[in-house]
Write a protein that binds this ligand. Sequence first.
Ligand code: PEP
Length: 254
Amino acid sequence: MNKERKLIVAGNWKMNKTVAEALALVSDLKLELANVKEVDIVVCPPFTALCEVSKAILDSNLRLGAQNMSENNAGAYTGEICAGMLKEFSVRYVILGHSERRQYQKESDALISKKALAAHAASLKPIMCVGETLAERVASQTEKVLETQVRGSLAGLSKEQMEETIVAYEPVWAIGSGKTATTRQAQDAHAFIRQRLAEMFDETVARRVRIQYGGSVKPANARELMSQPDVDGALVGGAALEPRSFAEIIKNSI
Ligand code: PEP
């Protein structure tokens, strides 16, 4: 597939996989994906598996991501993990503002933007998640919600930082539901986000930023979604837990 930007496909394992299971998964992925050069491939295991997975993928084309981090650098924040700790394991990406954290941990755009700045300060590339709920889509609020989330969570980033940031459009109603956005819905939302980036930064930055689609991506729908001009990859949940389906999504995207 001839794309303007290099595709990036990330697997968000969420709260799944023991260390042994994580190692088995990456061992299979390394074999399945060894020859793929056209796509940046990222695996995001739980914190507990980062150390071992980091060692296991050293000699491969897989890159490591974390699923969250603190906006603070150190100190009395019980249970939190900071950017410097992630860097110890050669983590390169960090998912921020996932809808599950927005919902269950009540993360706000203001907090997510602080995390993004802390990530960049440590040279971690944030994957910034935005997306509307079903109620918001039904009420024709999708663009309003995306505008608020994009402007709020990316506030304060420099142009250089924005170019090193990935945005993930993840309609909440499509996550884990088996319902995927149509290619039209995905392309419209991605183009809308890119226009906002052009307004906030400039046209060049907007053209360079990669925008992933997330929400029930599977081998069967990956090619169609990725063929859209403003869809530059995928953030994959459930299908990233099995080596075959994650590898097929990547191969079908090329
Ligand atoms: C996600 O949680 O980021 C996600 C896209 O999940 P799924 O692929 O399972 O819908």
